[in-house]
Design a protein around this ligand. Sequence first.
Ligand code: THU
Length: 165
Amino acid sequence: MNTKFTKLNITSEFEVYESEKDLSQEDNQLIKKAKEALKNAHAPYSNFFVGAAVLLENGEIVLGNNQENAAYPSGLCAERVAIFSASANFNSIPVKTIAISCKSAQTIIEGPVTPCGACRQVIAEYETKYNKPIRIIMQGETGNVYAANSINALLPLMFNHKYLK
Ligand code: THU
C-alpha cells in the first residue's frame, strides 16, 4: 500500500433555505428577478430555462438568461450573460450577489440549479477583478434554496490569476 501521501479534505459551506421566503429581503428580491429573467431565455434546443440576476454594490440589478444557438457551443449560460453584461456596462462597480433560478419545459427541477464549471470559473474571475467575495443564491423549481458567500464553496482549488505572474 502506498502511504507516501497525506490527505487534504476540503469542505464547503452553504446556507440551506426551505423556501425563498426565508431569504433576506434583498436576496428574495434578487431571486424573484432571476425567476423573471428566465422567461426571456432563448432555449429552444434544451427547453431548460435559466435566469440570473446580478446585484451590484450600487444597487443596480443586471439580468441574464441562457442564449442557445443552432450551433450548440455558440450559446451561453444565464450566469455568464448576466455577469459579462454587468462588467461591460458597470465596469468599476463590484458585484455583490448573483441569484440563479431555472425552469424546464420537460420536468420539474427539484432542488437548486448550480452553475456549470465554466460559469464558476467566470464568477471567480469577478471576485478577483473586484477583490470581493460574490454571494451566490441558487434555486430550482421546488425544494431548498442554497446560498454560498463565495465562489470558493463551489470551486475549490480553482485556477486563478496567481499562476500568471
Ligand atoms: N445553463 C445555464 O444557463 N446555466 C447553468 O447553470 C446550467 C446550464 C443552460 C445552458 C443551456 O442553454 C441549458 O442550460 C442546458 O444546458
